[in-house]
Design a protein around this ligand. Structure first.
Ligand SMILES: *Cc1c(COP(=O)(O)O)cnc(C)c1O
Length: 421
């Protein structure tokens, strides 16, 4: 089935007399006739739900839908995008390991990697998103276990060459992990370009209505963990009766371990209610993404020739540095986010934002309602000046998240706010 159909139909197939819409299984626990059956569930010998921290029918349906959208063998929902990024790394890395990450990533992910995971002993090197294959090759160390990038970076909107990153990573027997939050599987499916693991903040376009926080880890099933040094997956897990994930679960080893090991221990589960809200969002993801992209392109074109604007950054513009690479990986559009560099420095940016009426100032992005944010003084305020430059953030940059309203109304609002700059 095509992606538009999968958005609406995948993940849940009701049988005779069952609800048409995936029900909210608002229950922490599930009933079985015998202790024996439950024992087999615990030993991973049988599939079934027993405790919502490890699995729940509502979450299961949504996980299957996202796995289908990305073209993976399995997915696991998490309480937030941050939890998904955390799990994507710690599922295969421990103290003493090394990860190569793009420098242009979401500020929260950067802090998680550069501070929290570093404090736990996992080492990170950050590379430019437009690094060459040769330079990337040189960044690998003996203990490198993964490469992490964003398809379309938040908020600098760099587009990474996914095929190049996956080729170089694979030459070093490392998986490529891709945060595909901004592109969504409607506009880009990283597995088709060699990525091995995808993570999402479902709080953004997937939910799309700014109602539920969430994340997701998706496994392509394509990476051969027995080739590199991934003992967590290839040697017995004593906390699970000596199970060897690659032997018992084959292509799904990574995602099964993420659930049975890390979700068990971290407990960063999404609630059934949030999973239900997420699947409602996913039902219309394909329609919304198209509208977000059309509206964003119309606004970007308007801004490109505006005399109060120093620069517009939108990979859908022919003048953009990443236009060609964006056309390759996202031929149907990138996303609804535009970076606007307003004339008059930081003050100009602030005046522009405060002049907006329809677009509201929020710490959010990728939502049906047009919204706006000043990264240098909010989401990225903890970064040093050099880190800000590395992440592609200038003091006069405004992150403009174009919603799905009528494009003429959005442009009119921006036009009147720019008059005040
Ligand atoms: C928001 C975001 C995250 C973090 O997700 P939360 O759901 O807020 O925890 C991670 N990556 C990207 C690209 C994001 O935009």
């Amino acid at each position: 089935m095509k992606i538009d159909t999968l958005c609406v139909q995948a993940g849940y197939e009701p049988k005779n007399g069952e609800p048409r819409v995936v029900p909210i299984a608002q229950s922490t626990t599930f009933v079985y006739d015998t202790a024996e059956t439950m024992g087999r569930l615990f030993d991973l010998e049988e599939e079934g739900f027993f405790y919502t921290r490890l699995g729940n029918p509502t979450l299961d349906a949504v996980e299957k839908k996202i796995a289908a959208l990305e073209g993976g063998v399995g997915a696991m929902l998490t309480s937030s995008g941050q939890a998904a990024s955390l799990i994507s790394i710690t599922n295969i890395c421990k103290a003493g390991d090394h990860v190569i990450a793009s420098a242009a990533i979401y500020g929260g992910t950067f802090n998680l990697f550069n501070k929290t995971l570093r404090d736990l002993g996992i080492d990170f090197d950050f590379v430019e998103p437009d690094i060459t294959a040769d330079e990337l090759d040189k960044a690998f160390k003996e203990n490198t276990k993964a490469v992490f990038v964003e398809t379309l970076t938040n908020p600098s909107l760099d587009v990474v060459d996914l095929q190049m990153f996956s080729n170089v990573a694979h030459a070093h027997h490392c998986p490529l992990i891709v945060d595909n939050t901004f592109a969504t599987p409607v506009n880009c499916r990283p597995f088709e370009w060699g990525a091995d693991i995808v993570v999402h903040s479902t709080s953004k376009y997937m939910d799309g209505h700014a109602v539920s926080l969430g994340g997701c880890v998706v496994d392509s099933g394509n990476f051969d963990w027995t080739k590199g040094d991934y003992q967590m997956l290839t040697t017995p897990d004593e906390t699970y009766h000596g199970v060897i994930y690659t032997e018992q679960f084959g292509k799904a080893a990574y995602i099964v371990k993420a659930r049975t090991h890390l979700m068990r221990d971290y407990g960063t589960q999404m609630s059934p209610q949030n999973a239900f809200l997420l699947t409602l969002g996913l039902d219309t993801l394909h329609l919304r993404m198209r509208r977000h992209c059309d509206n964003a392109l119309a606004l970007a074109r308007f801004l490109e020739s505006h005399d109060k604007v120093e620069k517009v950054n939108y990979p859908g513009l022919e003048s953009n540095k990443y236009y060609t690479v964006a056309q390759k990986y996202m031929p149907n559009g990138t996303c609804g986010v535009i970076s606007i560099f307003v004339k008059g420095g930081k003050e100009g940016a602030v005046r522009f934002m405060e002049g907006l009426k329809l677009a509201k100032i929020v710490i959010h992005v990728a939502d049906a309602r047009t919204c706006v944010l000043h990264p240098a003084s909010t989401t990225h305020r903890q970064l040093s000046d050099q880190q800000l430059i590395d992440a592609g953030i200038a003091p006069n940059m405004v992150r403009f998240s174009v919603g799905i309203e009528d494009p003429e109304d959005i442009i009119a609002d921006v036009a009147q706010a720019l008059e005040k700059v």
